[in-house]
Ligand binder design. Structure first.
Ligand code: HEM
Ligand code: HEM
Length: 280
């Protein structure tokens, strides 16, 4: 891998900063606020920032860079997709619990719902995240999508994934600011809680910046599989045993058919190149 030491430095920094963000969110609610509980009071609201920072920021960030870890390049693509999808699913579950906590808290206290810009952008990004997750499973994890469809969807998947991740960080900043303005008297006088929560916001921005840098370096992308295509008896192709060589076992190996397959293989490699990601 090119620039391995740089990669390692950035990865360790991202893990440290991400972990620190989670700790900061916990210290904020446990030390500066009322603590945690599930009773319709502020204790229940406090799960909202903790689970958003843990799930939507930290776990999502790690899920986005798992393909880039060079130690995993020898693992099958199917395994890596399952880890990528699994981490995003864990994040989605925490995000939904976090939303339930804030809606519950509002309803219990007769506070109106969905009036703020934070809540509009926040709910939109949660819906987009769930759609991205479902589409990812349908197109890239389940076996039936043809390679051409995967190649078509992949650039949009990466673009929308990064857009969602960036918007999540912006939503966190709005949420933290709102909470400080509502909840901390004398915010403009630099009270310890204000400075502490501002630092939490900064940490999430730095975490986002590190993840964004790691995931946009072409030289750190997972290398293409030697031959990800498994031929079908009907002449179509699909991605099968991830990372395996061509499997001819179920194909009628007459000369003419074999020639057709070689032609199909060439065609599909160009689709593959178009998708920029070999092992979709
Ligand atoms: C990306 C992460 C986040 C998302 C998607 C999100 C989403 C939401 C949504 C949809 C609501 C509306 C709930 C309702 O109307 O009943 C809300 C409320 C709220 N959130 Fe967040 N939130 C996030 C992070 C945070 C963080 C880190 C804080 C910091 C404390 C925070 C503070 C608040 C506050 C104070 C409210 C109540 C006021 C309002 O409705 O705007 N949020 N959030
Ligand atoms: C909401 C959830 C998801 C988000 C935000 C997301 C985001 C991303 C991002 C940003 C990348 C680029 C990674 C890189 O360049 O190294 C990526 C790649 C990818 N994602 Fe997702 N993803 C999600 C869910 C899924 C699911 C459920 C699957 C199904 C397996 C999936 C399959 C893939 C594949 C195959 C790649 C290409 C990896 C490569 O470059 O070799 N994604 N995703």
């Amino acid at each position: 891998m090119d620039g391995y030491r740089g990669f390692l430095g950035l990865l360790v920094s991202a893990l440290l900063v991400g972990f620190l963000s989670v700790i900061f969110s916990l210290v904020w609610v446990l030390h500066y606020r009322e603590g945690l509980g599930w009773d319709g009071t502020a204790l229940e609201f406090n799960w909202h920032p903790v689970f958003m920072v843990t799930g939507f920021v930290f776990i999502q960030g790690i899920a986005i860079i798992v393909y880039r870890l060079p130690w995993t390049w020898k693992c099958s693509k199917l395994l890596m997709k399952s880890i990528h999808a699994g981490l995003h699913t864990v994040a989605a579950i925490l995000v939904i619990i976090s939303l339930v906590s804030v809606f519950d808290y509002h309803n219990a206290g007769n506070i109106p719902n969905m009036y703020s810009l934070h809540s509009w952008v926040g709910l939109t990004v949660v819906i987009l995240y769930i759609l991205q997750l479902l589409l990812g499973v349908l197109v890239f994890l389940l076996p039936w999508a043809p390679l051409s469809l995967r190649a078509l969807v992949m650039p949009m998947h990466v673009y929308s994934g990064l857009l969602i991740f960036g918007t999540v960080i912006a939503t966190v900043l709005m949420g933290v600011t709102e909470k400080l303005i509502f909840g901390v008297s004398g915010y403009s006088t630099f009270p310890p809680e204000g400075v502490f929560a501002n630092t939490l916001g900064l940490l999430t921005v730095v975490f986002g910046a590190l993840i964004f840098w790691i995931v946009t370096r072409p030289q750190w992308q997972r290398p293409k599989e030697p031959n990800p295509i498994l031929f079908q008896p009907n002449g179509g192709t699909r991605e099968g045993a991830e990372g395996s060589a061509i499997n001819f076992s179920h194909v009628d190996q007459s000369d003419s058919k074999l020639n057709n397959e070689v032609a199909a293989k060439k065609r599909n490699f160009s689709v593959d190149e178009a998708g920029q990601r070999s092992t979709m």
